[in-house]
Design a protein around this ligand. Structure first.
Ligand SMILES: [Zn+2]
Ligand SMILES: [Zn+2]
Length: 163
């Protein structure tokens, strides 16, 4: 899976066209809402599928949370990414499972990330509101809070918006 992310990320990072190089790293040790000193955070819920390694059941989620920590030192930008996991609601003691994102879903997440990089590091204006509203609506739907790692850590957009 990381290969897909890297390719899409590199194509978008090239379009920033600021003379800095950016790289993306997967890092499961980053803590939501606690970026280390000098790092900035962006988080986003997106579409993904999960599948249970116990019963093989799979389920879609419109709130697969992804946390990004990012930093620019000199001309080198680094983004660390951690997709949060979910577990099966049918199995007892079901293990937390990794999210599987389609290229389309990765695109949406990384577009949001690039917008944040523009705003936080290059003083660009945030994108227009209608664009954001569109994605908010898309993400409405049922959600199993007790099976969502982001909910457990208090960072899920589902919880923040109160339904
Ligand atoms: Zn299961
Ligand atoms: Zn959640």
């Amino acid at each position: 899976m990381p290969g897909k992310w890297m390719r899409i990320f590199q194509a978008k990072a090239a379009k920033l066209n600021r003379g800095d190089s950016w790289r993306l790293e997967f890092d499961d040790s980053i803590v939501p809402n606690k970026p280390p000193f000098g790092w900035k955070q962006c988080q986003r819920g997106g579409f993904a599928r999960f599948s249970c390694s116990k019963c093989r059941r799979s389920w879609p989620s419109g709130r697969a949370m992804v946390v990004f920590h990012m930093r620019l030192t000199g001309r080198q930008g680094t983004v660390k990414v951690r997709p949060l996991r979910q577990n099966c609601k049918e199995c007892s003691d079901a293990p937390m499972e990794k999210a599987h994102f389609s290229p389309t879903d990765i695109n949406v997440l990384l577009d949001h990330l690039m917008e944040k990089i523009g705003v936080k590091f290059y003083n660009e204006m945030p994108a227009k509101k209608e664009y954001k509203e569109h994605f908010k609506r898309e993400l409405n739907g049922p959600h199993e809070a007790s099976h969502c790692e982001a909910c457990k850590q208090g960072v899920c957009t589902w919880r923040k918006r109160g339904f």
